[in-house]
Design a protein around this ligand. Structure first.
Ligand SMILES: NC(=O)c1ccc[n+]([C@@H]2O[C@H](COP(=O)([O-])OP(=O)(O)OC[C@H]3O[C@@H](n4cnc5c(N)ncnc54)[C@H](OP(=O)(O)O)[C@@H]3O)[C@@H](O)[C@H]2O)c1
Length: 353
């Protein structure tokens, strides 16, 4: 096989890492490509599920003795601690790898230190190769580890005039089946789905990740979280159907903000504590406004249907904006047509303190 450059190998490692998205929490996604001393690919792997072998271990097992004198190209700094698996730094040293190329340093204080251990053993370590790309592929995990609360994506569906329901309250199927299938795929990449009790009372959603055509549940289900200050979620609500874990988060359990409602920052901190790294906020307009007002939303995914209603509730209620100068500015990062609808992805710009 022809030799490949370290840069090409990192691109491949980043693509491999992405295969673990949605399955590795509370661990990151990681990809690894092992090159022998001549630069030939002799092993590759990715972290497929929490508790499973790390990417480096999978690649080393494939490479066998050909790893000796070679280069390991890894999207995240190899771990240096014994968790459910042994330290990857030690495994790389034992295999005789001469050089380790890393895209992003590990921000997790428990697992970091792999680069120092490798260097101390005489292994050359290079950091930062395709760092931005690898960072983007692991953004939810990296962000949540650095600050201690989950990466939060607010998803909504609306008509072109921003309505989330008609004047008579009917709202089911604003967007197309293609958009709804897309949402279920998005649910499959997060650890928790969050909705307000208002949505549970109005729509009685299941909030599971499933195949919309035959109803089959995805193997891995996000935790369903109902934000419900006083515990109004009915006993027979679908979110309590046992198809996935559910947490009805009350103010008594989480703590209350000044308005007596669930303290949203405390809620996110508790979710992080429970291993949630990425969460999807699915509504409705009251809760979304409160999360946005608190500056707790990291990404917005809006599904916009080519329909007009002219009346009816809007997709977003009070988000703490009273004058145009305070509008929440967004940076558009993607616009994709999904069936007849548009999926718009945007990042709230951080406000000046
Ligand atoms: N278009 C869409 O994408 C979309 C998505 C979801 C829902 N919806 C629609 O939204 C409608 C329901 O709207 P909604 O605004 O009543 O529902 P919501 O935002 O899901 O729930 C609001 C409720 O959350 C509770 N909550 C707890 N802590 C809170 C806090 N810190 N800040 C704000 N709220 C907090 C409050 O009730 P307590 O004080 O009792 O806890 C509040 O009334 C439904 O008609 C549904 O169809 C649309």
């Amino acid at each position: 096989m022809a030799s490949v450059s370290v840069d090409e190998a990192m691109r491949r490692a980043i693509a491999l890492a992405a295969r673990g998205l949605g399955a590795t929490s509370p661990n990151p996604v990681v990809g690894c490509v092992l090159l022998d001393a001549d630069g030939e690919v002799v092993g590759e792997g990715f972290h497929a599920y929490a508790g499973g072998p790390h990417a480096e271990i999978v690649a080393l097992a494939q490479a066998g003795r050909r790893a000796r004198g070679g280069t390991a190209v890894v999207t995240l700094e190899p771990c240096d601690h014994t968790g459910r698996t042994g330290p990857c730094s030690h495994a790389l040293i034992a295999a005789g790898v001469a050089r380790v190329v890393v895209a992003v340093p590990d921000p997790n204080p428990v697992a970091s230190g792999g680069a120092a251990t490798l260097r101390a053993a005489g292994v050359q370590v290079d950091l930062g190769v395709r760092g931005d790309e690898a960072e983007a592929g692991n953004i939810a995990w990296l962000t949540s580890m650095r600050r201690g609360w989950p990466y939060l994506i607010w998803k909504y569906a609306a008509t072109l005039d921003g309505r989330s329901a008609a004047a008579d309250g009917t709202s089911i199927w604003i967007t197309s089946e293609a958009a709804r299938i897309d949402v279920h795929a998005l649910r499959g990449t997060v650890d928790a789905v969050i909705a307000g009790v208002g949505t549970v009372l109005a729509d009685d959603p299941r909030l599971t990740a499933r195949n919309l055509r035959d109803g089959t549940l995805a193997i891995r289900q996000p935790l369903r979280v109902v934000v419900d200050s006083s515990g109004r979620t009915p006993a027979q609500a679908r979110v309590r159907d046992g198809a996935a874990r559910t947490w009805v988060a009350t103010a008594a359990e989480v703590g209350a903000g000044p308005d007596g409602r669930v303290d949203l920052a405390a809620l996110l901190a508790e979710l992080h504590h429970r291993g949630v790294r990425a969460a999807l906020l699915e509504g409705g307009p009251t809760l979304a406004g409160a999360f946005l007002a608190a500056g707790l939303v990291d990404r917005i995914v809006g599904y916009v249907a080519p329909k007009l209603l002219g009346a009816g509730p809007t997709a977003l209620l009070d988000a703490g904006v009273t004058t145009i100068a305070d509008a929440i500015d967004l940076e558009l990062t993607d616009v994709t047509q999904v069936g007849p609808d548009l999926r718009i992805t945007a990042l709230p710009r951080k406000r000046e303190a």
